[in-house]
Design a protein around this ligand. Structure first.
Ligand SMILES: [Zn+2]
Length: 313
């Protein structure tokens, strides 16, 4: 019996956990929805800030998170009931050009379960200087990472916890494969941002947050880290939301650990998620929800003139 090598699950091809079919046509992208989103919503804060991106969603996921906020498409009870629209890679690129966008984001479900579609679309997108973005759980095999890396410009990897037990119990996955993906993307020059969703009682202890920050810092202190607030979802509907205080404390911990860029996400009250100059502390990028003002002037701080690092424009 043949096994699938796309992700660490190594399923029998006919019985995939993610719902991937046995035969995939690289020229027929099966989508559950296409939308134009601010790139900050992915979230990516240091990649083409203030731009909009063409978001493309698919169906299925190789993890089974109890708190999945897109479970209707990521873990559908009956996949054949989910409305699908097909696009050729050319059509997706045409749509991006029509809307005057500079990037395509593979998002909403886990995109890397169909690397064929990412690669075939990116090959055409490259001809028009359209960038390829993945919003991914990072639960990806080394083979798939190698196959995709030349076709991916930026990623946001969801690092759900720094505990392997959490991955086993809440997500039906393993931590090490996700760490491997973060390191792989970063070390291969893909712009890498990481999101951690803080779930009350599950991964929001001081020790857990510290250990996660230490890990990211050990890969690079310039990786952008987003701490995001949880809202009751799906099979964790009985839990409270994350307090804003917990999110802000986590951000403080990240900065104290030495990470240069840590941002709060999914919080309601007015919070500071601006980027400041590391040299003179003046404001470089001002963000209020999805309204973005970019003061960076030809790659330099407008006040002190120092080169701004860790941004892709
Ligand atoms: Zn400055």
């Amino acid at each position: 019996m043949k096994r699938c090598d796309i992700c660490p699950n190594n399923c029998l091809i006919e019985h995939s956990i993610c719902g991937r079919k046995a035969i995939i046509d690289e020229n027929v992208v099966e989508s559950t929805g296409v939308a134009v989103d601010p790139i900050e919503k992915k979230p990516l804060y240091h990649f083409m800030p203030g731009s909009e991106t063409l978001s493309v969603g698919g169906i299925g996921c190789n993890l089974k998170c109890l708190n999945c906020q897109n479970h209707s498409i990521a873990q559908p009870v009956n996949p054949s009931f989910v409305p699908i629209r097909t696009f050729s890679p050319e059509e997706l690129v045409e749509l991006t050009l029509e809307k005057d966008l500079k990037s395509i984001s593979w998002t909403y479900n886990e995109p890397t379960i169909h690397p064929e579609w990412i690669i075939s679309t990116s090959k055409i997108a490259k001809e028009y200087d359209i960038k390829t973005i993945l919003v991914t759980n990072g639960y990806t095999s080394k083979k798939t990472l190698n196959d995709m890396v030349d076709y991916v410009d930026a990623v946001n990897v969801d690092l759900k916890s720094i505990s392997d037990d959490f991955y086993r119990d809440v997500c039906s996955g393993r931590l090490n494969d996700v760490k491997n993906s973060i390191e792989f993307y970063y070390n291969n020059g893909v712009h890498t941002e990481v999101t951690n969703l803080l779930i009350p009682g599950y991964n929001d202890s001081t020790e857990s947050i510290s250990a996660l920050c230490d890990y990211i810092c050990s890969v690079s202190d310039s990786i952008v880290l987003h701490f995001s607030a949880f809202y009751p979802q799906f099979k964790l509907n009985h839990l409270p939301s994350t307090s804003e205080d917990t999110v802000f404390k986590a951000c403080k911990t990240g900065k104290a650990t030495g990470l240069k860029h840590v941002y709060p996400g999914n919080t309601h009250s007015s919070h500071d998620d601006n980027t400041y100059c590391g040299n003179c502390n003046d404001i470089l990028v001002e963000r209020e929800y999805y309204t973005v003002k970019n003061y960076i002037n030809e790659g330099k701080c407008p006040t002190c003139g120092k080169n701004v690092e860790n941004f892709v424009f």
